[in-house]
Design a protein around this ligand. Structure first.
Ligand code: RET
Length: 256
């Protein structure tokens, strides 16, 4: 019953997840080949970071497409709904929802790599790069803890995660952008556009969380579509676009 349990994905959703799996894997290979073809050995870090995060995502999608890496959690969602002809309070029925924790394991690895893709083009001091990675991990792990929490305390975790995300955005827009401007206007321009794209895409994640793992408003199948589109934009599309931005820059100024 969809009112009391949001557990399974449809076969169409599984097909979609296999497609995302394939695109992620293929992107990883293409990024590696592109790095080898266009940059000498000491200048392939950005292609390799991008390939590593696409490869990691392809494993997460292998897991979700196979309907693995999820666990059912009781959700506290007190709302009435129709069951047949009758209006019932599904709050008393303790509805259940699958939480795909595999995606949080993916994000724990891949979001720091995405931030490194950006931060390493700014000559930001190591202490601030460390801070970015630290708060990024705080953001993802609080999201996971919140998703696995049945009670309303989940929203407390969510707030911690959002605070961490806004701290990251602040570092990206102020200290990191200033640092990039010291490398030259070409670096500053490439960095600023990449940072705007990254922050815009990342802002959508907590919104989806709110209607899936948080509020249990949309079905697991819709969740797979929403996160899938977003992951494709935030990982391969962002990475290809970012290495293209960098292709016109002279890495000597980064000391690589
Ligand atoms: C959560 C919930 C807790 C609050 C916040 C979140 C943000 C998650 C983000 C994830 C980004 C993932 C990416 C994946 C790559 O494909 C954990 C959903 C703020 C920003 C970029």
């Amino acid at each position: 019953n969809p009112l009391v349990a949001n557990i399974d994905i449809t076969t169409a959703a599984s097909d979609w997840l296999w497609a995302v799996f394939a695109v992620m894997g293929l992107s990883a290979i293409i990024l590696l080949v592109l790095g080898h073809a266009t940059r000498p050995i000491g200048e392939r870090a950005f292609h390799e970071l991008a390939a590593a995060l696409c490869f990691t995502a392809s494993i997460a999608y292998y897991s979700m497409a196979s309907d693995l890496g999820a666990t059912p959690i009781e959700v506290e969602f007190i709302r009435g709904g129709t069951l047949g002809q009758n209006w019932v309070d599904i709050g008393v029925l303790r509805p259940t929802r699958s939480i795909w924790y595999a995606r949080y394991i993916d994000w724990t690895i891949t979001t720091p790599l995405l931030l490194l893709e950006l931060a390493l083009t700014t000559a930001l001091p190591l202490s601030q790069i460390f801070g970015l990675v630290f708060f990024d991990i705080v953001m993802i792990i609080t999201g996971l803890l919140g998703a696995l929490t049945a009670s309303r305390y989940k929203w407390g975790f969510f707030v911690f995660g959002c605070v961490a995300m806004f701290w990251i955005f602040w570092v990206l827009f102020f200290p990191a952008r200033k640092s990039a401007s010291h490398l030259g206007t070409d670096y500053h321009r490439a960095y600023t556009s990449s940072a705007i794209v990254l922050c815009t895409l990342w802002t959508v994640y907590p919104i989806i969380w709110g209607v899936c793992d948080g509020g249990n408003v949309i079905t697991p199948t819709s969740e797979m579509v929403a996160y899938g589109v977003l992951d494709l934009l935030a990982k391969p599309v962002f990475s290809f676009w970012h290495v293209f931005q960098l292709s016109r820059l002279d890495y000597a100024r980064l000391g690589m």
